[in-house]
Design a protein around this ligand. Structure first.
Ligand code: XMP
Length: 326
């Protein structure tokens, strides 16, 4: 194996070990980078957020983070990235709202794999364009973690953090988390002062809400996904389920059914609730959401989300259903 976690490395389980790791990495990053500049694509996910916080601690303004909003993020996500990194950590952050670009390219595209390709390719393009505007970048930081390396080596997953970058982004890599497992990344993130809802958040796919808006994405249906997801997350948090259930989200399929709103016919979309538990995402079981909570979520969604008149609860484990719909 080319890139192996050192046998002597202790599993980082608590604050003391996290602080020691941070101190060691700060020195290693300073030694690698010197007075040069480092570029980072900051999605707001756990790994890139922890890398950003670590690099800000090590090299401050020499880190330039780029947060690309592809228009498929969850409610409040871009705002939180700006608040935590720009306002609180005073990091050098470039925010790019590329919503119109992505949604324009995705218009009328129904095939799931084509949608994923468009989103992935456009993301690299937008990021490379931002990089080209900057002078004197010498390094590219990435949130590669140990499972990414292991899975790439086994041929399970061609991870975006391992190879595959276009020549204009071919900088020397800075990958301070590459020997860490996910649970260790979270402990380190907390020790760096990142908020719990950033460090302990549920998995969220790169193509974002795009895969939860099956078929051709429209702005109004995407908004229904975003708003219903926000309600579900809020109610799960209020009920103490947020840290307990592995993944939970809503999907708005591309069909309408007849309903009644304010005494009138309402021909609108349904919202599907998905809540699953798993250890490796290869198989998953259903979270049995308490009925009273389901009632409350249903009532809020049909009242607050525009264009929605029904709420459905997906009780399909994986297999046969995958966790996401696309
Ligand atoms: P499925 O739908 O295959 O999903 O049962 C398994 C897990 O993988 C997540 N997922 C992704 N994560 N990029 C990611 O980073 C992606 O393109 C992607 N697609 C699915 C999914 O949310 C679930 O946790």
């Amino acid at each position: 194996m080319a890139d192996k976690r050192p046998d002597s490395m202790k599993r980082i389980t608590g604050r003391e070990l996290a602080d020691a790791f941070i101190a060691e990495q700060v020195e290693a990053i300073k030694a690698q980078v010197g007075d040069k500049k480092v570029l980072l694509a900051l999605s707001g996910g756990v790994d890139s957020s922890v890398v950003a916080a670590l690099l800000v601690k090590a090299i401050g303004q020499q880190l330039i983070s780029v947060h690309v909003n592809h228009g498929l993020l969850r409610k409040g996500e871009p705002e939180q990235v700006i608040k935590v990194f720009q306002e609180e950590m005073k990091a050098n952050l470039i925010y790019v709202d590329a919503t119109d670009r992505f949604l324009g390219l995705l218009e009328g595209v129904t095939e799931p794999e084509t949608k994923r390709h468009i989103i992935g390719e456009e993301f690299i393009k937008v990021f490379a364009e931002e990089a080209a505007k900057l002078d004197g970048i010498s390094f590219l930081a990435q949130g590669t973690i140990y499972p990414d390396i292991l899975e790439s080596e086994k041929g399970i997953k061609a991870h975006h953090n391992v190879g595959g970058l276009p020549p204009e982004l071919d900088f020397e890599l800075v990958e301070p988390l590459k020997y860490l497992y996910k649970d260790e990344v979270r402990v380190v993130g907390s020790a760096l002062g990142l908020p719990d809802n950033m460090v302990y958040r549920q998995p969220f796919p790169g193509p974002g809400l795009g895969v939860r808006c099956p078929g051709a994405i429209t702005r109004d249906r995407l908004e229904a996904v975003r708003e219903s997801d926000a309600i579900l997350r809020e109610e799960f948090a209020n009920a103490g389920l947020a840290g307990k259930v592995w993944q939970y989200f809503t999907v708005v399929p591309d069909f309408k059914s007849t309903g009644i709103k304010d005494g009138e016919r309402a021909f609108e979309w349904p919202v599907i609730i998905r809540a699953v538990n798993t250890t490796d995402a290869m198989t998953a079981t259903i979270e049995r959401i308490p009925y009273d909570l389901l009632d409350k979520i249903e009532s809020r969604i049909v009242t607050e989300v525009k264009g929605v008149n029904r709420v459905l609860y997906d009780i399909t484990p994986k297999p046969t259903g995958t966790i996401e719909y696309e």
